[in-house]
Structure formats: structure tokens, C-alpha cells
Design a protein around this ligand. Structure first.
Ligand code: NAI
Length: 341
């Protein structure tokens, strides 16, 4: 029977996996520790290491896993930018959860947009303090404004459809456009530079790849409308934080909704309320009234957690029972002879 070492496991992981594991009865150990070269030793005696978005599988970690005979890396995420795929070659296979709820993420992106636009985060604090003044809370009608969605995979398409529901004009960019879908939903594919130029709101829904690190930087922000709102529920490194801060300071960027942050690994998913935050850029972001930071929680719905647990355990079952890799990392073949399903 597969033995699974789960890293960065919170109580909610325990709860949802326990529920879904009733059909499998696998031996799962839940380790609170994030994965790093020191904690990787916890995988001794396990054949599967199960990791989340801030567990970096570096070459050093892969060496430890391979040394202990870990066979399978089971990602509880769709994104795989935290995995050194070269380091896995010939040693570890990898599976992921390609989609667990595009609605969860797109709806959270909408929550960030609506909050920043109508300033409900500030209204909440004001009225709790019996301050019923509304000056400073002015928003804009989203109806008829232009939204630019970068990346029209599962989440980006859901986002476009939601924004069309608000009767926004929706521009999209994707290197592999889904033309038929766009036509059906009244979405206009344009070049990325045009999207930047025309959008009142830019929302990022593409994966992080070596090519698009810091795609939002000083030069691309300069193309955007004055006062643009930028929303990132993709990956932190899509935005060069220093440049975003500069643009927030000058007013070029009117608002930023960030569910992900370049250096989130050191902070997100943990309670640091009694600590001194040593990351100056994060502190500066948190200080702006027109910036909303959430802690990589866009995926965090009951439905998504159920699907993550179900698909992960099914990935493990198919691998060990049938020798199949059902949900591979795109274009990655570890060369271990297992068949991609
Ligand atoms: P997907 O694989 O269905 O779609 C990604 C789309 O992005 C594809 O259509 C692809 O062609 C496009 N793309 C690739 N490179 C691009 C580029 N440079 N510019 C524009 N488009 C590009 O992925 P899905 O499920 O829609 O997820 C998108 C991303 O959202 C994930 O890679 C992940 O980084 C992030 N995510 C964040 C979560 C959160 O909780 N904040 C949860 C789940 C995913």
C-alpha cells in the first residue's frame, strides 16, 4: 500500500484528505513543515511525497527523496513552477491536479476587484468605528469598462465569463487563443501590448514560466492606463514588486489585488502576527490603502479542497496499482518507464 508523506499539511488538508482517503485507506503522514533540504528527510520510508505550492523541490530535495527511494512526487496544485524538473529526471515521477476549481480562483479575483473598486475593506473598518462618512470610498461602474485577462486557460476563461456577466468589455491574451470560445462569449483576443493599453483592470491568470517572470514591470506598467487596477491570482513572480510599488506611489497604478507575492514562501499560510515582518516590500504593500493582499487563498473553497484530495489520491492509486501517470506535468517525462495516461 502506498505510503504518503504530506508536506506543508494544515488541519484542512488533514480533514479533506481523511475524508477522501476512506475509499483508499492509504497510510498518510501529515507534516506541518514546509519542504526544504532539511525537512526532506521526513520522507524516509515513504514512496510518495505530496507537496503544495510553497514546497520547493530543488535538486538538493530531489537528491534526498531519490536517496530514500521516494518514487512519486504528488503535487496538490496545478502550477509546477516550484519543481526543478531536471532534477527529477530518471529518478522521480510527478503528478499534479491540473484543475480543481477554476471557479474558486476566478471568484476570488472578482472579490479582490470588487473590494478594491468599492473599497468595502475600508468601509468595513469605518462603520465598525461608527464612522459613516463615505468620502474617499468613491468607486466606478464596472459596466462598460474594459478588463484585460492574461491567460485564458480554465481559470482565465471562467474569469472572462464572470466579467462579461458584469457587462464589461473583455480583452484577452493567450499564446494559444481559444477562438471559438471567445466568439461565443464576446471576448476579444488582442496582443498583450494592446491589452495593457486598453484595460481598466488587468487580471493575471497565466502560469509562471521562465519567459514571463516579471512580465509586469516598469516598462509594461508604462503602457497601461493611468489608475489601472492590477490583479494577480497567478504567481507572485509575474510582477516585479519594486516596479509595482513605484507605480502605486506615483498613482500610475490605482489599485492592486494580490493573492500571490514574489517572496510569499517565507510568509504565506503562516501566522506572523507576533513577529516583525522583515520584508520591506511586503510591508510597503500592506501599508497602501489601495492594495489588498490575500495569502494565496484563491483556491481555498470546500469544493476545491475536496477535488484536490480526491484527484491526488486517485493519481497515487493509478500510479501504484496500474503503472499509469494520469495527470502528468506537461512535457515532462521522468524517463522511468511509467505511462502517461
Ligand atoms: P491552465 O493551464 O488551464 O491555463 C493557463 C493558460 O495560460 C493557458 O491557456 C496558456 O496557454 C496560457 N499561458 C501560458 N503562458 C502564457 C503567457 N506568457 N501569457 C499569457 N497566457 C499564457 O491553468 P489554470 O488552471 O487556468 O491556472 C492558471 C494559473 O493560475 C496556474 O498556472 C497557477 O499559477 C495559478 N493558480 C493560482 C491559484 C491560487 O490559489 N491563487 C490556484 C490555482 C492556480
Amino acid at each position: 500500500m502506498p505510503r504518503i508523506a504530506m508536506f506543508d499539511a494544515k488541519q484542512y488538508d488533514h480533514d479533506f484528505f481523511a475524508q477522501e482517503n476512506r475509499d483508499h485507506g492509504y497510510d498518510i503522514s501529515f507534516f506541518e513543515a514546509k519542504l526544504n533540504p532539511e525537512t526532506a528527510v521526513l520522507a524516509e520510508g515513504f514512496d510518495t511525497a505530496c507537496v503544495f505550492v510553497n514546497d520547493s523541490v530543488t535538486r538538493e530535495v530531489a537528491d534526498v527523496f531519490a536517496g530514500y527511494g521516494v518514487k512519486l512526487l504528488a503535487l496538490r496544485s496545478a502550477g509546477y513552477n516550484h519543481i526543478d524538473l531536471d532534477a527529477l529526471k530518471g529518478r522521480l515521477d510527478a503528478v499534479r491536479v491540473p484543475a480543481y476549481s477554476p471557479h474558486a480562483v476566478a471568484e476570488h479575483a472578482l472579490a479582490l476587484i470588487l473590494t478594491l473598486n468599492r473599497k468595502t475593506h475600508r468601509a468595513y473598518s469605518r462603520t465598525r468605528d461608527s464612522n459613516f462618512a463615505i468620502s474617499g470610498l468613491l468607486g466606478f461602474d464596472m459596466h462598460g469598462k474594459c478588463a484585460g485577462v492574461v491567460g485564458t486557460g480554465q481559470i482565465g476563461r471562467t474569469m472572462c465569463e464572470i466579467l462579461r456577466g458584469l457587462k464589461m468589455n473583455v480583452l484577452a491574451y493567450d499564446p494559444y487563443p481559444a477562438d471559438e470560445w471567445a466568439q461565443e462569449h464576446g471576448v476579444e483576443y488582442v496582443k498583450l501590448t494592446e491589452l495593457y493599453k486598453r484595460s481598466d483592470i488587468v487580471s493575471l491568470h497565466c502560469p509562471l514560466t521562465p519567459e514571463n517572470v516579471h512580465m509586469i514591470d516598469r516598462s509594461t506598467i508604462a503602457m497601461m492606463k493611468d489608475g489601472v487596477m492590477i490583479v494577480n491570482t497567478g504567481r507572485g513572480k509575474l510582477i516585479r514588486t519594486e516596479d509595482l510599488l513605484e507605480a502605486l506611489r506615483s498613482g500610475k497604478v490605482g489599485a492592486a489585488g494580490l493573492d500571490v507575492y514574489e517572496e510569499e514562501t517565507d510568509f504565506f499560510f503562516e501566522d506572523h502576527s507576533s513577529n516583525i515582518i522583515t520584508d520591506d516590500n511586503l510591508l510597503r504593500l500592506l501599508a497602501y490603502p489601495n492594495v489588498l493582499v490575500t495569502s494565496h487563498q484563491a483556491f481555498f473553497t470546500r469544493e476545491a479542497l475536496t477535488n484536490i484530495a480526491r484527484i491526488t489520491l486517485e493519481n497515487v492509486r493509478l500510479y501504484f496499482d496500474e503503472g499509469r501517470i494520469e495527470n502528468p506535468i506537461p512535457d515532462f517525462d521522468a524517463g522511468t518507464g511509467r505511462v502517461n495516461g
